[in-house]
Design a protein around this ligand. Sequence first.
Ligand SMILES: Cc1cc2nc3c(=O)[nH]c(=O)nc-3n(C[C@H](O)[C@H](O)[C@H](O)COP(=O)(O)OP(=O)(O)OC[C@H]3O[C@@H](n4cnc5c(N)ncnc54)[C@H](O)[C@@H]3O)c2cc1C
Length: 247
Amino acid sequence: LPHTTVSSNVWLLSSENMYSKMKITNIPLTILTFSFLLSSTLSSQSEPTPPTVCIIGSGIGGSSVAHFLRTYSNPSHLHQIRIFERHGVVGGRMATVSISGETFEAGASILHPKNYHALNYTKLLNLKVNEPSSSSFSLGIWDGHKFLFKTLYSNSKLPFIQQIVSAANSILMFVRYGFSLFKMNNFVEGTVDSFLKYYESFESRPVFESVEEMLKWAGLFNLTTRTLQEELVDAGLSYVLIQELVT
Ligand SMILES: Cc1cc2nc3c(=O)[nH]c(=O)nc-3n(C[C@H](O)[C@H](O)[C@H](O)COP(=O)(O)OP(=O)(O)OC[C@H]3O[C@@H](n4cnc5c(N)ncnc54)[C@H](O)[C@@H]3O)c2cc1C
């Protein structure tokens, strides 16, 4: 927009100069021509065409940009928003697939409660949050051929049955993995806490020149220089859990 205004001013200036030179020869035609040019230039200056914004990709990123642009832009400053998406559906890597009536994760399907931006976004859009039901699903580790481990499952609605199943699952997991699941939880929580620094210090946070600098600031850089296996060994997880988790 500033660029458009500057070039319009330049055009106006030069047309006035030309007008003063040319009126000596053919006054009526010159006046007519330059009145037209002047009026069209003035009208284009007073009513600049608002720009069209093009967004590549309709994942949560592109869709949010479109939503916030539309919500917070002055309509006279924004003509149109166009989203280009190479697939036939919106959502990008936020996806689930249904197979035989069961829903499987094919991308993001869970919001971590500390993912503040995404969580606020769901509130802003009045989306209904589906709380996970801890009692009515089974967890398993699949190696591509068979389940290496699977928790017990009961579809009984009776609370005491669910409590028994839940207690049995805790015992099963403890026998197989010992304290490794707690250690893994600590490892994940620690990593999430480091990541949260980006949310917490909006005002005091530096401006980063590179991704490397950004990761070092939050203490996450070392994670990118080592394998997950090395990290989990350092976190004290058992050999069995590491072998089953890291593929
Ligand atoms: C298996 C898996 C599980 C995940 N689980 C979780 C989870 O539980 N919770 C969580 O918070 N996050 C999860 N994530 C991460 C989350 O999915 C992504 O961080 C998030 O969806 C990225 O959104 P985005 O809009 O940045 O990119 P994307 O979702 O990748 O969107 C990019 C879009 O752009 C389109 N596109 C790309 N190039 C072009 C082009 N040239 N022309 C036209 N269109 C183009 C793509 O088709 C796509 O639709 C998971 C990711 C995966 C893969």
